[in-house]
Design a protein around this ligand. Sequence first.
Ligand SMILES: NC(=O)c1ccc[n+]([C@@H]2O[C@H](COP(=O)([O-])OP(=O)(O)OC[C@H]3O[C@@H](n4cnc5c(N)ncnc54)[C@H](OP(=O)(O)O)[C@@H]3O)[C@@H](O)[C@H]2O)c1
Length: 256
Amino acid sequence: MKLGFVGVGRIATSIIEGIFKAKINIKEIILSPKNNTNSKLLKKKFKKIIIAKSNQEVLNKSNWVVLSITPKVGRQILKKLKFNENHIILNFISTIHNSELKRIIFPAKKVFKVAPLPMIKYNLGPIIIYPKNKSVEKFFSHLGEVFSTNDEKENKKLWVMTSFMATYLEIFNTAVKWLQNKNINKMRSIKYLSNLFKGLNHELSVNYKLNNDKLIKDFQTKGGINEELLLRVKKLGVFKNLNKSFEKIYFRIKKN
Ligand SMILES: NC(=O)c1ccc[n+]([C@@H]2O[C@H](COP(=O)([O-])OP(=O)(O)OC[C@H]3O[C@@H](n4cnc5c(N)ncnc54)[C@H](OP(=O)(O)O)[C@@H]3O)[C@@H](O)[C@H]2O)c1
């Protein structure tokens, strides 16, 4: 496989790190010249990487092409590039769907919407793929947990949850800052809370078939402080508003 990247930002860098960590058999990785700093760092680290002189050269040298640019940039640059009908296209762009993309990059038509997440660099995390395809699924199965579907609506609903990462981390950060304000050393705060979250995530992963409402009950003592915090946060409307916000993100993803 000769894998080309148009766009070498955060997520492209994470997946390239992940590919080398997983020791996937790859002939060459061809990077677009922008962002130069990321490309140069990656080239220094991995021998199989070459930096192309233009986005077109990336396409000419690759059989699999990752589009890892923002929607705005995608709509500006893709129509000027020449794709071929044999290209396998991995579309990372959250709000350019496959049908629109196929019109822009014709005659390429083997297009797969893929949502890798930054943890892919450790070969961890979920990876949404639409539509299903054995080769694409096999490639990504080395990099994380594949969630492939032929149902585009399901694909869009799962994409909503990719917006959850920063909010999840902000919850963690709020707790770290609270401890720090109470004069607990930052590293100690982070270490304590990482262990707390790690344990809770483990609990979720082993008990994922259970009723979550029951799990939440199991983590509260009647009249205890878990019950009190949950009640207080519910009263503030945090979860209702989170649900409303998921709807807004879904609307944004759906309308494109
Ligand atoms: N981050 C995630 O967790 C994640 C997850 C799933 C999907 N995605 C999607 O993946 C795409 C990239 O996200 P990202 O977080 O990696 O964003 P990013 O860090 O901003 O990366 C985009 C890259 O595109 C480069 N670029 C700008 N103009 C270009 C051009 N004309 N030709 C080639 N490259 C160009 C930028 O270079 P400069 O920095 O030099 O401008 C930048 O390095 C987005 O559509 C996003 O929705 C991201």
